[in-house]
Design a protein around this ligand. Structure first.
Ligand code: PLP
Length: 376
């Protein structure tokens, strides 16, 4: 059977090491700090704080944006519910806009049309680790005095014009969920891209207290200062992540090799227009988080999924557009024309892709897809 995803395996000696050194298994121990430093040194993140999930990182970003009830946040409808939930929990309304069919990222040309007097934040989601058009987005944000929170949950080790995803807006949110390229089981991180926001971010992550400052010996007692929650992960999770970061280049290369093999081997089906594939803009260096194809329509996709299942291949569709989901109808609305969000979300299919995937397995998946289309 070809599974859709395998998490990168743990290296137990790192976890063991915690118990043999400082013994701190709660937050902000040795490995939490090593992980933060890795991102700051390698990806030039101004300040990275590990969190308990990508969702938690988005929630922190929403707190740090100081939203007032009825403020508006612009994001694609084609994303995970946490992108929206984080802001809805702060009382904001969501303005969903359409995606571009080539990358399934928010269509940057539609943002301006969704801006009102109440707009406060733009949330680009770097789908499949392919960057949104950040120059255009930052330009609009500056013009209208808006904040930018990057949902870079899928974007770790992806770059836009040489800059790491997550480091370009005011805040960037990573996920280290089991299904992501680098994993803590459950975990995430927030990139705090302006130094003046770091102290508040630390307070928010520590249940609204200035405990981080206290631990550094900068104050002699700590207390409740501001909004916050329990967003600090255990050092055990960080010790699972850290060795993956040390091999990040290798993991990234392996995933990209698999991605390119799929792309080359599926090219014949694309050139005879049986399927569509992603187009990666030239200035985006992606991280092979995902390999997707688009079928003709929903019916063909359903048939292809069952055909692959019969051949013991697990391939999955992805998001149901948020604007049409029960909570989306309550907390937001779609602005402009839905040209691609609904139609293309029904056609998109994700193929198995994970670190160290065997070439023969990729070939098997491609052969079965090709076989399916020969029978059509
Ligand atoms: C995975 C993901 C999240 C949520 O991350 P968790 O770590 O599962 O909370 C948010 N947004 C996007 C786009 C994601 O892919």
């Amino acid at each position: 059977m070809i599974k859709f995803n395998y998490p990168v395996k743990a290296e137990w000696n790192y976890i063991q090491d915690i118990f043999e050194t400082d013994g701190i298994v709660s937050g902000d121990g040795k490995y939490t700090k090593l992980c933060s430093r890795w991102f700051e040194d390698q990806l030039l993140v101004n300040k990275l704080l590990l969190t308990t999930s990508g969702t938690a990182a988005l929630e922190m970003a929403a707190v740090l944006c100081n939203l007032q009830p009825q403020d508006e946040v612009i994001m694609p409808s084609y994303t995970f519910c946490s992108t929206a939930n984080a802001f809805v929990m702060r009382g904001a309304r969501i303005k969903f806009i359409d995606v571009r069919p080539d990358t399934m990222n928010m269509d940057e040309t539609l943002i301006e049309n969704a801006i009102t007097d109440r707009t406060k934040v733009i949330v680009p989601v770097h789908y499949a680790g392919v960057a949104c058009e950040m120059d255009d987005i930052l330009h609009i944000a500056k013009k209208y005095n808006l904040l930018v929170v990057e949902d870079a949950a899928q974007g770790v080790m992806g770059f836009y014009k040489g800059k790491a995803l997550g480091t370009i807006g005011d805040y960037g949110c990573y996920s280290f969920h089991e299904t992501k390229n680098y994993t803590m089981g459950e975990g995430g991180a927030i990139c705090v891209n302006h130094s003046e926001d770091v102290e508040r971010a630390e307070i928010c992550r520590e249940k609204g207290t200035n405990r981080s400052k206290y631990f550094r010996g900068e104050i002699d007692k700590y207390g409740w200062i501001d909004l916050g929650s329990s967003y600090l992960p255990s050092d055990i999770n960080a010790a699972y992540l850290y060795p993956q970061l040390l091999q990040a280049e290798e993991i990234n290369k392996s995933r990209l090799d698999s991605w390119h093999r799929y792309y080359e081997r599926l090219e014949p089906l694309r050139s005879r227009e049986a399927i569509e594939l992603a187009t990666i803009p030239k200035h985006c260096e992606h991280n092979a988080h995902m390999f997707w194809i688009k079928t003709k329509d929903l019916e063909e996709r359903t048939k292809l999924i069952s055909y692959l299942k019969e051949n013991e291949i697990n391939a999955y569709f992805h998001y149901v557009p948020l604007h049409s989901s029960p909570a989306g109808l309550k907390f937001g609305e779609f602005v402009g024309e839905d040209r691609y969000t609904t139609k293309d979300s029904e056609r998109l299919l994700r193929l198995p892709l994970y670190y160290d995937m065997k070439e023969s397995d990729i070939d098997f998946v491609v052969d079965k897809i090709t076989e399916f289309y020969e029978k059509q």
